[in-house]
Design a protein around this ligand. Sequence first.
Ligand SMILES: [Zn+2]
Length: 195
Amino acid sequence: MPRSANMDAPDLGPIDEYIPIPEEFWSFADDGPFQKCTVCNIPLLEEGKLYLIEKAFKNSEVVFEYAMCIDCHQNLRQDLSAQSLRLIDHYFDEHVDLVKRRQRLMESYDEDISPWLSECLVTGKALDQCNEYQIMTLCDGDDMLFTYIPCLLSGEAMESIQSLLSKKTKERLDGFVDDFLGLPPEAKIRTPYIG
Ligand SMILES: [Zn+2]
């Protein structure tokens, strides 16, 4: 059974709540589920293969998207400064109770992801009020898991997080964006999910 990847919240252990990857988390470029890790190209749609998906939107259009296997995610995290990671963990601790949020959403759980993406995780801003936002989730093969995510982060929340990052961390993340997301420079305002 899959295990959760946590944003500094208690390990959830095996996850019993999962659904086939919903279209919200399909690859816009591939017009279907992500097939491979954006970084290392390892195939993802095999049971037991854990990976994150993140998609960023601006004015209803996809700005960037990627799928990243857990190994690549851990490698990326290791390159970031300990101070930046501490500040990000602290930021989430201050602004959101992930355990309570999951409990609340699980009370009415019916395999529908829309309640999980209806508002910003941090600010509570409603999805339909967000011009810019990112959504992220954890998957196992061709299933999407309900852990502490899926979630949505508004542009405002991402800006707050960005302001916490050290120069070294920003440079490493810019490198990731340059190498794998192929964004124009003016779009480099969003930080990939690193929790
Ligand atoms: Zn990978």
